[in-house]
Design a protein around this ligand. Structure first.
Ligand code: NAD
Length: 252
């Protein structure tokens, strides 16, 4: 039996990249998965197929995490279908690069609303259900090394991920008495669609690699392994922490 047998997990933005790898890994360890996506239904269907191949089951829910009504519906659908939901992975995220003086209000809202507001209100909907049911649970936020490290020309992203750091710490304290744990996973440079453009430009990639002590990019599966640990009962006494999955980048 897998470590996550009997658990139900919502993974936001799980049609691609890190979210897809987490959804498939949690499923392989026995969890049933709510595959959240926005647009790109074909990618979400591919995740669902991989979950089936891994021996578990899933439902697909189209929900834009930046819309609070969608986050409530996402949690409702999870409970309606599976009768439970004890793991929330706030993975959906976007980044928009610009010099600080060129950042538009529209781009600010987009980046803050998906990364920070989405994680905030989805956690709220998730916790309300657990509170009513009197059950424990766990929240895992995929933040970034940039919750703690400057990313020049990505001020909105830094503000959002830095906000996720303090949100996680606050929730760990507020929700501890309910038996709900909250942690962040802070990936460094992981090869996924979000950064394909930068990763294929040697002028940007080479200096980055020189700053990574392990000397290579990370794989989505390497983030997923830590998510599976945090989702499992092995991490029952872990709350309020950030796990850096970055090949040592943050220490350099
Ligand atoms: P990705 O672009 O493949 O994944 C992001 C996913 O979020 C996509 O599937 C996208 O459709 C979804 N999404 C975007 N807006 C959404 C919304 N409003 N509602 C629902 N879903 C939405 O890139 P990724 O690298 O897999 O990113 C996953 C997370 O990891 C993000 O939060 C990102 O900030 C974080 N991260 C990635 C890296 C990296 O190097 N790849 C590093 C640090 C942090």
């Amino acid at each position: 039996r897998g470590r996550l047998e009997g658990k139900v997990a919502i993974v936001t933005g799980s049609g691609s990249g890190i979210g897809k790898a987490i959804a498939v890994r949690l499923a392989a360890e026995g969890a049933k998965i709510v595959v959240d996506y926005r647009g790109h239904k074909d990618e979400a269907e591919d995740t669902a197929q991989r979950i089936t191949a891994a021996g578990s089951e899933s439902i697909l829910v189209a929900a834009d995490v930046s819309k609070t009504a969608d986050t409530t519906r996402l949690v409702d659908e999870a409970w309606q279908h599976f009768g439970n939901c004890d793991v929330l992975v706030n993975n959906a995220g976007i980044e928009i690069g610009a010099d600080f003086w060129d950042v538009t209000e529209e781009d600010y809202d987009k980046v803050l609303d998906v990364n920070l507001k989405g994680a905030f209100f989805l956690a709220q909907a998730f916790v309300r259900k657990l509170r009513t049911a009197g059950k424990p649970g766990t929240i895992i936020n995929i933040s970034s090394v940039h919750e703690d490290m400057v990313f020049p020309h990505f001020a909105t992203y830094c503000a959002a991920k830095g906000g996720m750091r303090m949100l996680m710490r606050d929730l760990a304290v507020e929700l501890g008495p309910l038996g709900i744990t909250v942690n962040n996973i802070a990936p460094g440079a992981i090869s996924t669609p979000i950064n394909q453009k930068m990763m294929s430009d040697p002028a940007k990639l080479d200096p980055l690699l020189r700053n990574i002590p392990l000397g290579r990019l990370g794989k989505p599966e390497e983030v997923a392994g830590v998510a599976a640990f945090l989702a499992s009962d092995e991490a029952a006494y872990v709350t309020g922490s950030t796990y850096f999955i970055d090949g040592g980048l943050i220490r350099n």
